[in-house]
Design a protein around this ligand. Structure first.
Ligand code: ATP
Ligand code: MG
Length: 420
């Protein structure tokens, strides 16, 4: 018998599920306020989409994708992130023909073959936003403010916003040469992966987690010194606007992001209290992605936030777990005639969105009340022959023991008592 989920995956149920539902409903409310609309794209896509959209030299494409051949012989990949699918859908459905900019969000499972640890799973969930068609710094700051506001609404207060600019392709080319020269002189001290990165994409070295590489990286030239006038002005404006919105940040030239497609602004919200996997939300600008996927040049900015890590940060912030939905009334019964009446009353309460339960196991009244107690019912009522005859039953407040006699069929007379 198989009684274990695959490594790096988990089941959600019980209390944890309640916490998740709270985060998901905060996201839905937040996105209404920012006026972004939800997009759902398939869990799998053609592998080429991620090779192009995420980038051939990234860890994701090189090491982490769940790729397989389907029965038709096509190479298929489970989505490792949310942006590529959203960008593909934007092109496929010509969303650029709608009033611009296009503002989308998604909550989606993602799959990466990584070493599982705290805050790192093989199936995880990303909340992401995509803003297509706006190149101005005010768009970058709108997207960052979504992340900031989400953290605020979730009660996460142990997170700092780190920002950086990677410039445009000209700045990058210049900077790559500087990095090649710098790391080239220190080639022997780099890890094997970084030696390979030195040839393919030296910027990636800045992202290496290896302690020896990190030491060398600390002395590397800063991208911010390599920015041309336009990119520098864009970055300055991002900072000015963040200040105008009252969003605190630190400039961190070490932020390069794991994906190939970033240009200009990149940012991470980092939590120092949840261990090594502290980045709860990360994103930036990717002005060439849509072109890369075969569209016209459309500027874009967005982020992805791991919901698992948001929940860890909420715990670390001391935010208490969400209360599960309370059971307003348990309708008990004795005798066959009362069973149907109890079931019908329960159904009518449910039609009015009042959480109610009745007995489904043919238990004794005593056992029914024990169950109601365990489930935290706020009120109980027991229907039997007498109640059916008189139409009157006792509504018992389980918190203070108060009894109120009510005509149980006239729900509107007493529902205020149990919902208040
Ligand atoms: P990391 O630095 O942790 O490897 P990344 O740079 O690979 O993250 P992105 O591709 O930018 O991350 O994904 C955006 C967000 O998704 C991350 O900031 C994180 O919150 C979450 N995330 C990424 N990979 C995982 C994972 N394996 N398990 C859980 N959450 C993840
Ligand atoms: Mg990663």
């Amino acid at each position: 018998m198989i009684t274990q989920a695959p490594r790096g995956t988990y089941d959600l149920y019980g209390e944890q599920m309640t916490d998740w539902q709270r985060v998901e409903s905060e996201i839905a409310g937040l996105m209404q306020a920012f006026h972004y609309s939800e997009i759902r794209t398939p869990v799998f896509e053609h592998t080429e989409l991620f090779q192009r959209g995420v980038g051939d030299t990234t860890d994701i494409v090189q090491k982490e994708m769940y790729t397989f051949e389907d029965k038709g012989g096509r190479s298929i990949t489970l989505k490792p992130e949310g942006t590529a699918g959203a960008a593909r859908a934007y092109l496929e459905h010509k969303l650029y023909a709608d009033p611009q900019p296009t503002k989308l969000y998604y909550v989606t499972p993602c799959f990466r073959y990584e070493k599982p640890q705290a805050g790192r799973n093989r199936q995880f969930t990303q909340f992401g936003v995509e803003l297509y068609g706006a190149s101005s710094p005010v768009a970058d700051v709108e997207v960052i403010s979504i992340g900031y506001e989400l953290l605020r609404r979730l009660g996460i207060n142990n997170v700092m916003l780190h920002i950086n600019s990677l410039g445009c392709e000209n700045c990058r080319a210049r900077y790559n040469n500087e990095l090649k020269a710098y790391f080239g002189e220190r080639r022997e001290q780099l890890c094997d992966t970084c030696r390979d990165r030195l040839e393919r994409n030296p910027l990636r070295i800045l992202d290496c987690k290896n302690p020896e590489c990190r030491e060398i990286v600390a002395g590397a030239p800063s991208i911010l010194d390599a920015l041309d006038d336009e990119c520098r002005a864009h970055f300055e404006e991002v900072k000015r606007l963040l200040e105008a919105l009252g969003i605190p940040y630190v400039v961190d030239p070490g932020i390069v992001r794991g994906l190939d497609y970033y240009t200009r602004t990149v940012f991470e919200f980092v939590c120092t209290e949840i261990g090594a996997q502290g980045t709860v939300c990360a994103g930036g600008r990717y002005d060439h992605l849509i072109e890369e996927l075969g569209g016209d040049a459309v500027p874009a900015v967005g982020f992805g936030a791991g919901i698992e890590r948001l929940l860890l940060a909420m715990k670390a912030s001391g935010r208490p777990s969400a209360e599960p939905c309370a059971l307003s009334l348990f309708v008990g019964h004795y005798g066959a005639a009362a069973e149907a009446e109890a079931a019908a009353l329960t159904y009518r309460l449910r039609q009015e969105n009042i959480p109610a339960e009745c007995d489904l196991l043919g238990r004794s009244v005593k056992a029914q009340m024990k169950y109601a107690n365990k489930k935290g019912a706020r009120f109980t009522m027991i229907l039997g022959d007498t109640e059916l005859e008189t139409g009157s039953a006792v509504l018992k407040n389980m918190e203070n023991g108060d009894n109120t006699s009510v005509f149980f069929r006239d729900i509107s007379d007493w529902k205020g008592l149990i919902t208040g």
